[in-house]
Write a protein that binds this ligand. Structure first.
Ligand code: NAD
Ligand code: ZN
Length: 342
């Protein structure tokens, strides 16, 4: 079968051939329809330090996908051949304390699809059936292909009560944009989002942000005054992984504010701890999606009218993957979708 893989220890991604995966007793085989390119795939393409230390050469990459169940293992219940599914990219161990308590997103032995084991940029993907999610009809294929990053946005945004609150999002990448849409849909008052990329800020506006801020040209203090905010933001969602953005957020938070951190900063990022302590801020780290509470909420958000379509800026046949990666690397895109059936 056709796969997109990291064949050489250098910048790039290559179309290749691999054996169709075998399925075990508890697995399903998924015939892939569409996949989306994640920031992680771009890191692997670029072959940065993290990828060199994490991803074995030869790995089939990709973990954002939609497909149809093509075969099921003998032990599988709840799925049948023909079901349309997406799936959780974190494969959890099932035997650690958190897994046993049903908190699978906190598993300490998580393996990543397309990072530590064969990924979804392939004609077929085998995963444990309990990592798959059956999709309601209202969720289009394009939307289902981005359920993984949408789940990051939903998990982060819904970590704290947003109703009637003023929300600050730093970083208008695909996940920040989706978080803006979710926060607005869920009933936040002001949803202010910052970035340094105007293309992305324009998209974030289309997605429902009430005010976009290019932090190279405007400062949050002025924006807060313009919005009549005399105290500070109630909820902060950090989605840039950039120290100056996070420090700006800490300054702009109200006392008692709540901050969720999804963006992955450099290890030695310094912050002004006085902002955290004297304001009594609550800070929560976010990894992945809650299995499967986040997934049910994603489906319900779409069913209740949340529209994420503005952020799908490119859909192309998988054979044009090079163009897809180039567009992602340019920063002038929302999500880029590769069609495996075109
Ligand atoms: P992305 O890189 O596309 O988005 C980050 C955005 O931050 C970019 O648009 C960039 O222009 C912007 N930015 C840069 N400097 C800024 C500044 N000073 N102020 C405001 N914005 C600034 O990434 P994404 O795919 O949207 O993911 C968001 C973040 O979440 C990334 O750091 C990613 O690594 C991380 N992530 C974490 C998890 C997790 O489970 N914790 C999962 C997926 C992604
Ligand atoms: Zn576990």
């Amino acid at each position: 079968m056709k796969v997109l893989a990291k064949l050489k220890p250098e910048e790039g991604m290559w179309m290749s051939e691999a054996d169709k995966p075998e399925i075990g007793y508890n697995d399903i085989l998924i015939k892939i329809k569409k996949t989306a390119i994640c920031g992680t795939d771009v890191h692997i393409y670029n072959w940065d330090e993290w990828s060199q230390n994490t991803v074995p050469v030869g790995m089939t990459v990709g973990h954002e996908y939609v497909g149809v169940v093509a075969a099921i293992g003998d032990g599988v219940r709840g799925f049948k051949v023909g079901d349309r599914v997406s799936g959780e990219g974190h494969i959890t161990c099932g035997h650690c304390r958190n897994c046993r308590a049903g908190r699978r997103h906190l598993c300490r032995n998580t393996m990543g699809v397309g990072v530590n084991r064969a990924g979804a940029f392939a004609e077929y993907l085998a995963i444990p059936a309990d990592n798959a999610f059956k999709l309601p009809d209202e969720v289009s294929d394009d939307m289902a292909a981005i359920f993984d990053p949408f789940g990051n946005a939903v998990h982060t945004a819904l970590s704290f009560d947003l109703v009637g609150e003023d929300v600050l999002i730093t970083g208008a990448g695909p996940i920040g944009m989706m978080a803006a849409a979710v926060a607005k849909h869920a009933g936040a008052r002001h949803v202010v989002i910052t970035d340094i990329n105007d293309f992305r800020l324009d998209l974030a506006k289309k997605m429902g942000a009430t005010r976009t801020v290019n932090s190279q040209r405007e400062n949050l203090k002025d924006v807060m005054a313009e919005l009549g905010m005399t105290e500070g933001f109630d909820v902060g969602l950090e989605m840039s992984g950039v120290g100056v953005a996070f420090n700006g957020m800490l300054k702009a938070m109200n006392h008692g504010g709540k901050v969720a951190l999804l963006g992955i900063p450099p290890k030695d990022m310094a912050i002004d701890w006085n902002e955290v302590i004297f304001k009594g801020l609550v800070i929560k780290g976010i990894y992945g999606r809650e299995m499967f509470e986040t997934w049910y909420k994603m489906a319900a958000l779409i069913q209740s009218g949340l529209d994420l379509s503005p952020m799908i800026t490119h859909v192309m046949p998988v054979d044009n993957f090079q163009e897809g990666f180039d567009i992602m690397r340019s920063g002038k895109s929302g999500k880029v979708i590769l069609d495996w059936e075109a």
